[in-house]
Structures are given as C-alpha cells and as structure tokens.
Design a protein around this ligand. Structure first.
Ligand code: 9WN
Length: 457
C-alpha cells in the first residue's frame, strides 16, 4: 500500500480508539477519555494529557475539554491527582479498586476540591506539553480563542509545577520526589524493587483487586507488590495527604528521573506560554536551571555514565537498566558526551539492538537483565509512550535517522497488532488492555509528523 494511504488508514484507526474511549459527562460536551474500557474507567492524569495531545492534532476543542475535566480534580495546593473520579460516569458501573471510597479525598484533604473525588497520588505532568500543542493548532484558526485558552490554563499549570518544585523538592535538588511507584507511571518497574524491599505492609485490611477481573496476574504487578501499593497509599491517607507530614517518615521517597525530566520539558512549554501571555518568566527559568544541575549532581553514575533514580531513604542511586535511563534525553539538557554514551547503549542486544527482539523498539527493561519479564507490565514489555519520549529525545540530539526508524517500527507494530497497552519485545504480541488511548494518541503525533515530513519533501 502507498505510504500516504497507509498512514491515513492508521490515522483513522487511532482516532477511532481515542474517540471510542470518550466518556460523555452531561450534555454540554464535557467529558474525558478513559485509558481503556473496563480496567480503567476513570480519568488518569498523564493518560488524559497524552489523549489531549493526540486530539490536538485534529480536534483541539476536544483536547481543551479533556484538560478542563482533568483540572477539575486539581487541589488548591496545585497538586494534580493521578485519578479523577468524575460523577455521572456511566462507565464506572463496576467498582474500581482503589476507588473514591478508598482515597476519601474530600473528607480527608483540606486542599481537595469538593466537586469531584480524586486519588491522593500524582503522576508525571504531561499537561503543559498538550496545552502548548493545543495552542499552536488553535492559533492558526483563531488567535483570540487560542489566547483565551492559554489564559484559562496558565495559572492551573503554573501552580501544578510550583507544587512539584516546592512540596516535592524540599531538598532543592531540582528533582521530584515520588511517594509511591504509581506516581512514576512505571508502576512495577524494577526501578522500585530496592526501595520497596524496605516497605513491609502491616495491618493491611482485606481488599479485592479489580484489575485482575480484566487482565491475568502474569501480566500485572504481583500480589506482594500490590500489598505494598495499598500499604503506601494508606500511609499517605493517614497523613491526610499533607506533604509536610508525609515527608518526615514516609518509607518510600525516590527522586524519579523520568518524572523530573518530563517536568523539565513541561517547564519549557510553560515558559513559552508565559512569554506568549507576557507573564514574568524568572521563576520558570530558575526551575529549568536547577534541574540541569540536579540531574548531573545526583543522578549520574560516573562509572557506567548512565542516569539513575536516587533513593532518598538509602541515599543510593538505583542502578537498574530500564527505559528510565533513556528518558532524560528528552530534555536536551544532558551534556552531549553523556548523551552520546546513552544513545550508544541502544545498539546493544539488551535494548533490542542487533536483531535481539522481534520489534526494534525500546523495552521497558533491558532484556538481558535478571529482572526482565517479557510480558509483565513495566518489567519488560514495550510501551508506546516511552518510545514516544525516546523519539523526541533522539531528535533533541540530532539523531533524525534513528528517530525515523523508531517511528516506522512503532507504526509497523500498531498496524500489525493494534493499539495495545503494551507489547512483548520478544514475540511482538500486543498485551494488557486493547484499544488503549495513549497508544493511539502517540501514534497520531508520530503520524502527523511523518505526514508533514512527506509533504514537505
Ligand atoms: C495505577 C492508566 C494507568 C497508567 C499507569 C499504568 C497503570 C494503574 C494500574 O494504568 O497504572 O495507577 O492500575 O496499574 O501503570 O502508567 O497511567 O492507564
């Protein structure tokens, strides 16, 4: 099939997935995009931002609605929860665990909004990336409306970033501290194995996982890990989700390099937005500088020349070989020599180089590592949002050809398998939830870029 036709077909399919996951709330066009039917019936933070990014390419008004729904869950502290439990959500007939009754945000946290129930954790802040892209699309059609949208969201995104730079960085390292593996978005990644060793659940109430109603345990986090997730969540709840109280003795505190790198590129977008609105940019500039220093001062392993997460409890780098080591490339703030070394690793069989995998995309874990499991969630499978970040990282370092190969491999994969939640790097098989929103959203972004590239040639 001709490339252009092939791309158009895939584009249509990706749109269908996103729009098929839209959940209407009320009759005024409000709503949100669930990550996938069944297993994820509510609005997740970074999933929503990816979806908004996807919509922004062809339906920016819908993208605006997605962000509006997301920020309805924002707390007065700036904190943006990882799940928003919208009311009148017909999708959520089956109970999700841990759901609104577990978190009890409205009765426990002073800062939580009263209109909507939320979780008490956050997730990587992708929203500014979506907002800036929405603006770029809107401004071509209607400058006044585009400006209004920036004005509406700027204070919300600003206070979110401010919260992350202050409450989540009392050490002032320029890096974000997470309290729970769920906050990273990379849930059961081996990145968190060491810090979780010290977390020993006690007096855990009985609970029933809802995820296993949809996906078998072999593809999901282990029961032992789940107990720790619930235990950590209860600890946060006992501290009324108050950062000052949590910080003193919470048993899981990690400087997360992917979260912090995403915040850095989100800050860059915030800077463009501030400039477009004529706002003062000095604070944002200071955040950007701080990250650059912190990343190299605390996360660079001088021997392997790789970047790792930092465990605040043991005071040690978490030297595990995962996709996480590559994500800081998106910032363009990694010095060239170190970035070259990191990129060179992509040639190794460990990262699916030299024909070691069915699909040449970045696996979530090095395939030769003892903790690699090809079909288990964040312990080995390929995730498309991760590869989307790598694609951007490669371009930030001028590796256009490599980035193009990655994009083409990603498109081949979704064309053959469909828009799955994740894929085995060994067999290439799609796994987890089907018709997964962010897999469609990042495909739209990549397709759009390739189509533009083709038409400009
Ligand atoms: C817990 C929704 C979310 C993603 C996360 C992914 C997974 C939830 C789960 O699904 O996490 O938040 O039930 O495992 O790990 O990145 O945002 O798609």
């Amino acid at each position: 099939m001709q490339k252009n036709k092939r791309y158009q077909k895939l584009y249509q399919k990706a749109r269908q997935v996103l729009e098929g996951n839209w959940v209407q709330l009320g009759d005024k066009g409000e709503g949100f995009t669930r990550p996938a039917q069944g297993i994820y019936p509510y609005q997740w933070n970074w999933d929503a931002a990816f979806s908004a990014y996807g919509y922004s390419h062809y339906w920016p008004e819908r993208a605006v609605e997605e962000l509006r729904s997301l920020f309805k869950g924002q707390w007065s502290s700036g904190f943006l929860p990882h799940i928003i439990f919208h009311q009148n959500n017909q999708e959520a007939e089956r109970p999700y665990f841990p759901g609104p009754h577990f978190w009890q945000s409205r009765s426990i946290a002073q800062a939580a909004p009263s209109e909507v129930a939320t979780s008490g954790l956050t997730q990587p802040p992708v929203a500014a990336l979506a907002l800036w892209h929405i603006y770029k699309e809107l401004v071509l059609k209607d400058k006044t409306y585009a400006h209004q949208i920036l004005k509406e969201f700027y204070p919300k995104v600003y206070t979110l970033h401010q919260y992350l730079h202050t409450q989540r960085d009392p050490e002032k390292w320029g890096l974000v501290t997470i309290y729970h593996p769920w906050e990273s978005g990379f849930d059961n990644s081996p990145r968190w194995d060491k810090p979780l060793e010290k977390v020993k659940p006690r007096n855990l109430p009985e609970y029933t996982r809802s995820d296993l109603d949809y996906v078998a345990l072999q593809y999901r986090p282990s029961q032992a890990n789940y107990d720790k997730y619930i235990y950590l969540s209860l600890k946060l709840k006992n501290k009324t989700y108050h950062d000052g109280k949590i910080y003193k003795d919470h048993p899981f505190k990690v400087k997360d390099i992917t979260f912090s790198s995403i915040l850095y590129i989100a800050d860059q977008r915030l800077l463009y937005i501030a400039k477009a609105l004529g706002e003062d940019t000095s604070q944002i500039q200071a955040w950007l500088e701080k990250f650059k220093q912190g990343l190299l001062a605390y996360c660079l392993d001088s021997q392997t020349k790789l970047l790792y997460d930092f465990d605040l409890i043991s005071g040690r780098l978490l030297r595990v070989k995962t996709a996480g080591n590559f994500i800081p490339l998106i910032t363009g703030a990694v010095p060239k020599k170190i970035a070259d070394d990191i990129i060179r690793h992509l040639n190794e069989p460990n990262y699916c180089g030299q024909g070691a995998c069915a699909i040449k995309l970045l696996p979530s874990v090095g395939i030769q590592e003892p903790y690699f499991q090809p079909e288990n969630y964040w312990r080995g499978p390929i995730w498309l949002n991760v590869n989307w970040f790598l694609w951007r990282g490669l371009r930030a370092y001028g590796r256009q050809k490599r980035a193009l190969n990655l994009a083409q491999n990603l498109l081949d994969l979704v064309e053959k398998q469909g828009f799955y939640e994740f894929y085995s790097p060994i067999s290439g098989q799609g796994l987890g939830a089907r018709n997964f929103s962010w897999s469609a959203a990042v495909t739209l972004e990549i397709l759009d870029d390739l189509i533009k590239l083709k038409t400009s040639q």
